[in-house]
Ligand binder design. Structure first.
Ligand SMILES: Cc1cc2nc3c(=O)[nH]c(=O)nc-3n(C[C@H](O)[C@H](O)[C@H](O)COP(=O)(O)O)c2cc1C
Length: 191
């Protein structure tokens, strides 16, 4: 933990979280899974409607099948002891992407707080190598009804390696504007 972080009381999980795509074989405990799900269900949602749904996948064969929903970028699902699939319901809530995204973020931060690693595997807007929508591929594998959409799968497990936080000076402070949008000062632009 840096002095900066100490002073500012940044949540430790926010500071340390990095995407982890390699996991040990150790399964998650029931308590860990319950805490993860509680965190996801406590995420804010549009008008408090909480329409996001979650499918827990632990079976290795199913995780393997899911890992082929994309040409690349989802192979780590094959190694993960748990994949949590986040589903939205556009007919119930037009803000379903925002709701499910926040729930996914809460899941990832709670995973980090438990000392676990996690990574987002994107589904919505992606395609299989055959050109099928990844959402339709995942829908078939998991019997998801047609009225629900699939945003992503969060892989969670015990980290196979340590990670280092992003250094504070690498954060994109220049993307923060005060009071109104401002163009970068001359000489501050990259390139
Ligand atoms: C909306 C979103 C989609 C992402 N999709 C993928 C993905 O499909 N595959 C993957 O390996 N990582 C994915 N990631 C993880 C990012 O690659 C990762 O967060 C980014 O490289 C920054 O690294 P960090 O999480 O360690 O800070 C995704 C992250 C977000 C927020």
């Amino acid at each position: 933990m840096t002095n900066d972080q100490d002073r500012l009381h940044l949540l430790p999980a926010i500071y340390t979280r990095r995407s982890v795509r390699q996991f040990t074989d150790e399964p998650l405990s029931g308590d860990e899974v319950r805490l993860l799900l509680e965190a996801a269900l406590r995420a804010p949602s549009s008008r408090g409607r909480h329409t996001t749904q979650f499918i827990l996948v632990e079976q290795r064969d199913t995780l393997r099948e899911l890992s082929y929903m994309r040409e690349d970028g989802a192979g780590f699902l094959r190694e993960a002891p748990l994949g949590i699939v986040l589903l939205g319901s556009p007919m119930e809530c037009e803000k379903w992407i925002a709701d499910a995204t926040l729930a996914a973020g809460y899941l990832q931060l709670q995973a980090e707080a438990l000392g676990l690693g996690s990574c987002w595997a994107n589904v919505y807007g992606c395609y299989t190598p055959n050109g099928q929508e990844s959402v339709e591929y995942v829908r078939n594998v998991l019997d998801i009804p047609y009225q629900l959409e699939v945003l992503c799968i969060i892989a969670i497990g015990h980290k196979a390696h340590e990670t280092t936080p992003h250094p504070i000076e690498e954060l994109r402070w220049e993307q923060i504007h005060l009071e109104r949008y401002s163009l970068p000062e001359e000489g501050e632009q990259e390139g």
